[in-house]
Design a binder for this molecule. Structure first.
Ligand code: TYM
Length: 328
């Protein structure tokens, strides 16, 4: 039997190349080696206010992006988290075994809570729901970008605590990071991770950005005071651009060195932009085809939900039984 894999992405705007290189590209690569379940985690998205009509639309659009990048819905499941009540159900049971202090220590919680005036308590519970997503499917492997590492550690701590309180119930999930692209930085601020919530017009490249827009954003990316690529002294901005190039083209370290050493920044950026556009154009063409048939996406989401519900319901039954809750 193949080991099971789960990972998720929030349907909050179209994914950027950080999401792609940190996680999604890996998902496509491993989809035939494992039994994979990919979550469009809409219950996580509502920890921040989302306009209902937009959220509904974004869930479907994200399903289209996931298929456009190469996930094959015949072999892997693409699920909208809210279609499977077991996520929320297990989330509550795990909340009850998670000490408050563990959640208050999460760096993402601390930075999000600071940034908002009225913080919904869902932001604090966010990583417990994430643990539930993973443990619900008894996933052995979770491919994510580096920013999710702390949440994954917490998921293991919660699983361990539950197993020691109530008996062996959950598989211990391992974190899988990509070798290049685990932390893509903002083009305008290379000391900050590329994120959907940053507002600068040149901060992130969306997978669906027009080629001209992609090129413009890369040409304007922050570099440093050197005129050309110097591997000994280059700053974070140049490092980030070369990491993006390497992750898209899958060149070795030596190949990147040989291709870029001494290249003036203007030429370096042109080369990076060409590689990004070449990788994204076929994805965008497939995306246009897929979204022309919204009925197809609805079918994919429904069929996936039906397939994974069997696993999810089995785990909820086991968990309830372990805790002494009333169940058949
Ligand atoms: P989300 O939606 O923020 O991001 C989806 C994936 O993209 C990765 N990522 C990055 N990788 C490299 N560089 C970046 N700048 C960058 N920005 C984002 C993330 O690490 C992630 O893998 N909490 C999760 C969603 C989630 C989940 C789960 C993930 C919910 N349940 C269970 C794994 C397992 C999140 O908000 O990802």
């Amino acid at each position: 039997m193949k080991a099971r894999v789960f990972s998720g992405i929030q349907p909050t705007g179209s994914p950027h190349i950080g999401n792609y290189l940190g996680a999604l590209k890996n998902w496509v690569k491993i989809q035939h080696d494992y039994e994979c379940i990919w979550g469009i985690v809409d219950l996580h998205a509502i920890t921040n206010y989302q306009k209902p009509e937009e959220l509904r639309q974004q869930i479907v659009e994200l399903a289209a992006v996931l298929i456009a990048i190469g996930l094959d819905p015949k072999h892997t499941s693409i699920v909208a988290q809210s279609m499977i009540p077991a996520h929320a159900e297990l989330g509550w049971m795990l909340t009850c075994v998670t000490p408050l202090g563990w959640l208050e220590r999460m760096t993402q919680y601390k930075s999000k809570a600071q940034a908002q005036e009225a913080v919904g308590s869902g932001i604090l519970q966010y990583p417990v729901l994430m643990a539930a997503d993973i443990l619900l499917y008894q996933a052995a492997i979770v491919p994510v970008g580096d920013d999710q590492s702390q949440h994954l550690e917490l998921a293991r701590d919660i699983a361990q605590r539950f197993n020691s309180l109530y008996g062996e119930t959950f598989t211990m999930p391992a974190t899988k990071l990509p070798s290049v692209g685990a932390r893509v930085m903002g083009l305008d601020e290379p000391d900050k991770k590329m994120s959907k919530s940053a507002t600068g017009p040149n901060h992130a490249i969306s997978l669906l950005d027009d080629p001209k827009v992609i090129t413009r954003k890369i040409m304007r990316a922050t570099t440093d005071s050197n005129p050309a690529v110097d591997f000994e002294t280059m700053g974070a901005g140049v490092q980030n651009l070369l990491a993006i190039y390497q992750a898209f083209t899958e060149c070795s370290d030596d190949e990147v060195r040989n291709q870029f050493i001494g290249l003036r920044y203007g030429d370096m950026k042109k080369k990076v932009a060409e590689a990004v556009v070449a990788a994204l154009e076929p994805i965008q063409a497939r995306y246009r085809e897929i979204t022309a048939d919204p009925g197809y996406l609805d079918t994919v989401l429904r069929e996936s939900a039906a397939r994974v519900s069997v696993i999810a319901d089995d785990t909820v039954r086991k968990t309830k039984k372990a805790m002494g809750l009333y169940t058949k």
